[in-house]
Design a binder for this molecule. Structure first.
Ligand code: MEV
Length: 323
């Protein structure tokens, strides 16, 4: 048994299909090259100690017998529940130090929670020499997401585990790699942190009030996802941009866009972008815009002048790995 293991998992950006994916439709997601690092080591006592400076956790400790009980602070809840689930499943009760370090801000909507549990699940499997397949890692992470936030499609865990660019559908846990040679995307962060479970519940409430309309929107989003897969294959970015705009319009009908997101999209299109949409839950976080290389600089400047932050990321990054 190893004494100490370090792993990392990538963040993600949704390209098409957010929200509908929660209801069994599919989405396209890409892993980004900014990673969450997790180091685990054994302790002599029966405690869990967590240090996660990027989310303000300088020191959090818990008796193993208390894992997942009572009030668990939000910043450590994913870590605590993942360990609880892993320990229960494999009959382990060993003291543990967990240190995390993120290369990206938890505010971006890059899926830091999914990345941290994917990296942690791999770290635990290596620490205790329990060989886990990617699907087993996924099931452990998805269960933890549902335990902590009650809602979610698991696509972010899939991106963190498998990496690359994926076509994901929750029902079949189907993960299909999407071949993309070059994705000329610009990512603009609004500076506003969105809360995914709140937005997912907001859409659920709209669906309760207007089931036919919302179901109709999901069906249209799914059509766009399927079309986007063909268009990506053909490398037709102008057409892909049009699909992004269409997907954005449908997200607006779900009420998850925001003024700040729309401003960043507006200036991008004004500079000649092929298309733009929000990426993720909406309400803030990031927008993505597809642009030809020759106007990339102008679009980036326009986003910054409009109060956004341009995030320099590469797409299709490697999934969870031991460092
Ligand atoms: C959030 O990044 C994307 C949503 O579809 C939620 C999910 O799929 O878990 C809104």
């Amino acid at each position: 048994m190893a004494e100490r293991v370090k792993t990392s998992a990538p963040g993600k950006l949704v390209l098409f299909g957010e929200h509908a994916v929660v209801y069994g439709y599919s989405c396209i997601v890409t892993a980004v090259d900014q990673r969450m690092e997790v180091t685990v080591s054994l302790r002599q006592d029966k405690k869990l100690l967590v240090k996660a400076n990027q989310v303000g956790v300088t020191r959090y400790d818990r008796d193993l017998s208390e894992l997942g009980r009572g009030e668990v602070p939000k910043a450590v809840s994913f870590i605590e529940f993942l360990i609880k689930n892993f320990y229960q499943q494999y009959g382990i009760c060993v003291g543990l130090n967990v240190f995390t370090h993120s290369q990206f801000s938890a505010n971006f909507g890059f899926g830091s929670s999914a990345a941290v549990i994917a990296a942690l699940a791999l770290a635990l499997s290596r620490l205790f020499s329990i060989e886990l397949s990617q699907i087993q890692l996924f099931d452990l992470c998805f269960q933890t997401i549902l335990d902590v936030q009650g809602v979610g499609s698991g696509f972010d865990a899939a991106a963190a585990i498998y990496g690359g660019t994926l076509h994901y559908a929750r029902e079949e846990r189907a993960v299909e790699p999407v071949e993309v040679s070059n994705f000329p995307l610009v990512v603009g962060y609004t500076g506003i942190k969105a809360d995914t479970p709140t937005l997912v519940r907001q859409v659920a409430e709209l669906k309760r009030q207007k089931p036919k309309t919302v179901e109709g929107v999901f069906i249209e989003i799914e059509r766009i996802v399927v079309k986007a897969l063909q268009v990506i294959k053909a490398g037709n970015f102008a057409k892909l941009g049009t699909l992004m705009d269409k997907n954005q319009k449908l997200l607006e009908r779900l009420g998850v866009s925001s003024r700040e997101l729309e401003e960043l999209m507006r200036v991008s299109r004004q500079e000649g972008a092929w298309g733009a949409k929000l990426s993720g839950a909406g309400g803030g976080d990031c927008m993505i815009t597809l642009v030809a290389d020759k106007i990339r600089k102008e679009v980036e400047t326009a986003i910054e002048e409009c109060g956004g932050e341009v995030l320099q990321v590469k797409f299709g990054a490697e999934g969870v790995r031991e460092e």
